[in-house]
Write a protein that binds this ligand. Sequence first.
Ligand code: SAM
Length: 285
Amino acid sequence: MSDALPPLRDVVARHGLSAKKSLGQNFLFDLNLTGRIARAAGPLDEATILEIGPGPGGLTRALLAHGAKKVIAVERDERCLAALEEIAEVFPGRLEIFPGDALALDYPAFMAARGASSPIRICANLPYNIGTQLLTGWLTLESWPPFYDRLVLMFQREVAERIVATPRQRADYGRLGVLANWRCETRILFDVPPSAFTPPPKVTSSVVELRPRAQPLDCRTTALEAVTLAAFGQRRKMLRQSLKSLPGVGDPSALLETAGIEPTRRAEEIEVAGFCALARAYAGG
Ligand code: SAM
């Protein structure tokens, strides 16, 4: 689906938007691809979309052209703002541009202050250098279910695999997988080759979907983060050894017994439910 705007390559040239590596800038110009990502976040007509890092606006345009009721876009690079204003003019009242650092936001408050109405979705081709940090923030919100009903996000393939990993895929399974699958149902939607970006990154990317679980297993976020940090910090060691590094825990035997986990198991063998049991035991101890 196209719009009344000039081709993105022309926009980038006219505004002098040479990609900056320090800002994780790898732009998408292919309308088929931006359309495919936008459709993955659909249906869009009732939705408010939070987009992080719109850059020159390729995905932003696709989201709007595919009918998003509203897009709220957070961009740190001031050079992109004029190009984004041009998009806002073509879609009156539907694009709100927020110049600033996506890492500095309190998202529930930010969206509430903008009067964003449900359903709210986050859709973004994330800057790779801060993608995991942003995702972790959205997964560890105090209040759950969260303010969003879905995340549709592009990551490096290697990070995408860590997000969807289970104990049976041991090399990729770690803290991010536990956190993501505790609170969300996760899946990789499709891969995007380096050649789709300007400039091309070194590695393949993947679009990942995360849908919040209505009722994740009971446990405190801080306790889950602490037990996974200790357990995966020494992932090859048995839990009776690795969990000794948990603050306030000398001998983890009682903790493991309460959680019903064999002390000789290793972090990479424990399901999300096992980590939640450990977190409950740790928080209660
Ligand atoms: N959405 C565009 C696309 O798909 O072509 C650009 C994606 S590019 C991978 C990442 C974007 O995030 C860049 O526009 C970059 O300037 C922006 N960005 C980087 N760090 C940021 C931050 N801390 N806060 C907000 N935006 C940031």
